[in-house]
Write a protein that binds this ligand. Structure first.
Ligand SMILES: [Zn+2]
Length: 293
C-alpha cells in the first residue's frame, strides 16, 4: 500500500518554519542528583536562552537519525532510569557533538516524557491562552540551559520509529537518499511496520500528534510562520512534510564526499556540500597527493 497526499492539502512549503534554538559557547555533561544532563553554557555574560531561527530544510531531522545510528541499539529504552545508568561517555560525546553543531535539541530541568515541548512551553492551566501566547516569544536571559540525556534518548527513539514508519509506507528503504540513514536492524523493523500499516490502513505517525503546531502572522516579514518549540518539535514537522510532499522538500539528501557531512543537494549529481567543500578543491588536493580517484 502506498500512502500519497491528497491534492486538496495545503502546500506546506509556503509556511516559514521558525524554531526556538538554544545555542551556547560550551557544552558539557553534568550530574545533578544522579541524573545526567547536557548543559549548554556561556563563560561570559548572560545571553538570550534561545533565539528564533528560520530552518527550512530537514537537515536537523537527518542529523538526529544519523545520531540514532551511531548510538548503540541497547541504549534505546523507554525506561529512563535504565538509560541514565547505562549511557556511556562515548555515547555522551556523540550527543555533545550534535549539540555543538545544532544547539540543544530541547530543554528541561527535570526528566520528561515530552521532549517536543520545552519545560517553559508546557501550558499552565491557570494561565489564560492569550497570556501564554504573548509570553511565547520572550526569551529570558541566562548563562546556561539543560536537558536530561535519558529524556532525549526516549524522544530520539520515538522520532526514529516514526521515520521508519514513513520509509515503510513509501517503500523508500532502497532510495539512495534514505539508504545511508538506515542500519542493519532496520530492514526487519520496516517489514514489521509494513504489516501493521497494511492491516490498519494508516501510517500511524506518533510524534507529530504529541505537541500541536501554532502559526503566527509575522507582520514585519509579511509571512505566515509556523512556530516550533525546539529542534525535536521541528523534526516532527519535517516528518509530516516528508510524507505529505512525497519528496525531500526540494532537494536530495547527500553525504558530502569530502567532509562526510549531510547536505541538501539541488541536483542528484551534486557530490559536494559547497559549504565549504567544492569539487574543484577536492580534485586539486587529490592531484597533489597523487591519487587518481
Ligand atoms: Zn563538505
Amino acid at each position: 500500500m502506498i500512502f500519497t497526499r491528497e491534492t486538496t492539502e495545503l502546500p506546506t512549503q509556503k509556511l516559514k518554519t521558525v524554531t526556538k534554538v538554544s545555542k551556547w559557547d560550551n557544552y558539557e555533561c553534568v550530574d545533578i542528583k544522579n541524573i545526567k544532563y547536557i548543559r549548554g553554557f556561556n563563560s561570559n555574560n548572560a545571553i538570550d536562552m534561545y533565539s528564533f531561527e528560520l530552518i527550512e530544510q530537514p537537515l536537523i531531522l537527518y542529523n538526529l537519525m544519523e545520531l540514532y545510528n551511531k548510538l548503540p541499539t541497547k541504549i534505546f529504552d523507554f525506561n529512563q532510569s535504565y538509560v541514565n545508568e547505562n549511557i556511556t561517555t562515548n555515547d555522551i560525546d556523540l550527543i555533545l557533538a550534535f549539540c555543538k553543531k545544532n544547539g540543544l535539541p530541547f530543554w528541561s530541568k527535570k526528566i520528561t516524557v515530552d521532549v517536543f515541548r520545552n519545560e517553559e512551553d508546557v501550558p499552565n492551566p491557570e494561565e489564560s491562552i492569550e497570556e501564554h501566547t504573548l509570553l511565547h516569544g520572550i526569551s529570558p536571559l541566562s548563562i546556561e540551559n539543560f536537558f536530561p540525556i535519558s529524556s532525549f534518548i526516549v524522544g530520539l527513539l520515538q522520532l526514529h520509529m516514526d521515520f521508519l514508519r514513513i520509509i515503510s509506507a513509501n517503500s523508500w528503504e532502497e532510495d539512495e537518499n534514505i539508504y545511508p540513514l538506515l542500519s542493519e536492524n532496520d530492514a526487519s523493523k520496516i517489514n514489521d511496520i509494513r504489516k501493521i500499516q497494511a492491516h490498519r490502513k494508516t501510517i500511524g505517525l506518533h510524534t507529530p500528534a504529541l505537541c500541536p503546531y501554532t502559526t503566527f502572522w509575522n507582520d514585519e516579514a509579511m509571512t505566515l510562520q509556523l512556530n516550533c518549540n525546539n529542534l525535536m518539535h521541528l523534526s516532527t514537522y519535517h516528518l509530516c512534510t516528508l510524507q505529505q510532499a512525497q519528496d525531500y522538500t526540494g532537494g536530495y539528501m547527500k553525504v558530502c564526499k569530502k567532509c562526510k557531512q549531510l547536505f541538501v543537494a539541488t541536483t542528484p549529481q551534486q557530490k559536494f556540500c559547497n559549504n565549504p567543500c567544492t569539487r574543484q578543491a577536492y580534485y586539486s588536493s587529490k592531484k597533489r597527493k597523487g591519487s587518481d580517484d
